[in-house]
Design a binder for this molecule. Structure first.
Ligand code: PMV
Length: 351
């Protein structure tokens, strides 16, 4: 890893939406998944993050969407730093400490991060957030990592973040090694490859979800009797969707994506206690998508660890689907996304 002089750095990362979902860790510390996953990096759903390490700061300061993250002392923490721990699902401070350790620096850090969409509501905010922080922090710490190295590092902050390093359609290889060095994302096709492909995100609530993906995955592995079935069939999903993307076979990609999503939610519904992310409006959108499709409007749904429904369609059908979605009560916002760029450094005025 090459190093240069550390400065303040700002990065922008798009969120990604999984077509084949990642659900379950085989190693919680390193965030190594039980299964591979495929996603589209989404233009227009992004996080911009500025990181600065400086001895001018007396304490770490992390501001996310204009709110300071509370950092509490936890002497029992096994994390390799001063006993402090962020009381947040994704351990942002732990991730920054990891980067400081690699760079060999000790300064305090200031992070200012903003997303343009609701966080922690099943919209992959941790993916764009942790991807942006990984690039900005490594740059600010004086490290120059390549994309594979960034992906491996981002993965340790939040699994799905390793996919947001790349643009377009991306596959996260689960890897086999204990140290995680073969578990990283790589592009299947870049953001210009399939310009007609669209994901319409329908936001039903901006409330934070009750069960985060981290806890949900752990609960699934501990209590769901069907997890083996998921692992047995996910390789087929990966192959069909990977090949479908390369052939631009919309029907293959859409139908397998919907099937994979339903399999993941079947796991969630059959944990103890059950994890039910769907709201009544979630079901309404599901039924509508199925009936629109039966009547010739080809579209498919996918849902992550939250109630929002993402509709997969082609560009030509976006106006009609948007019109129909607007007639469904309970949809707060609609965002249309095509495949976007991977994480990148941007210029930003000093904060
Ligand atoms: O990386 P996490 O902890 O935000 O988990 C992501 C889980 C899903 O969104 C449900 C699936 C995925 O692959 O993005």
């Amino acid at each position: 890893m090459q190093t240069s002089n550390g400065v303040k750095a700002t990065a922008q990362a798009n969120a990604n939406i999984a077509l084949v979902k990642y659900w379950g860790k085989r190693n919680k510390e390193l965030i190594l998944p039980h299964n591979g996953s495929i996603s589209m990096t989404c233009e227009g759903l992004f996080t911009i993050t500025t990181v600065e390490f400086s001895d001018r700061y007396e304490r770490d300061l992390i501001i996310i969407n204009d709110e300071e993250l509370k950092i509490e002392e936890d002497k029992s923490s096994s994390l390799p730093f001063a006993g402090a721990r962020v009381k947040d699902e994704k351990d942002i401070l732990g991730h920054l400490e990891r980067i400081k350790k690699i760079a060999g620096i000790k300064e305090k850090v200031k992070v200012v991060s903003k997303s343009n969409f609701p966080v922690a509501a099943g919209l992959a905010s941790s993916a764009s957030g942790l991807a942006a922080i990984t690039l900005a922090a490594t740059k600010a710490a004086g490290l120059n990592l390549n994309q594979k190295e960034l992906s491996i590092l981002a993965r340790q902050g939040s699994g799905s973040a390793c996919r947001s390093i790349f643009g377009g359609f991306v596959e996260w290889l689960k890897g086999k090694k204990e140290d995680g060095s073969d578990s990283y994302a790589r592009p299947i096709a870049d953001e210009n490859y399939w310009p007609e492909f669209r994901i319409i995100v329908s936001i039903l609530t901006e409330k934070k979800k009750k069960v985060g993906s981290r806890a949900g995955m752990a609960q699934t592995i501990e209590t769901c009797p069907y997890y083996d079935g998921w692992l047995k069939t996910v390789e087929d999903d990966l192959r069909i969707i990977r090949e479908g993307i390369l052939k631009k076979d919309f029907t293959a990609v859409g139908s397998q994506t919907e099937y994979n999503c339903l399999k993941m939610h079947a796991l969630m519904l059959t944990t103890k206690p059950a994890i039910i992310y769907w709201l009544p409006t979630t079901m309404e959108v599901i039924h509508n998508v199925v009936s629109w499709r039966e009547n010739g409007l080809e579209c498919y749904f996918t849902i992550d660890a939250g109630p929002q429904v993402k509709i997969i369609c082609l560009k030509k059908d976006v106006p009609e689907i948007k019109k129909r979605l607007k007639n469904i009560e309970g949809i707060k916002r609609i965002i249309v996304s095509k495949s976007g760029k991977g994480v990148r450094l941007i210029d930003k005025p000093r904060t």
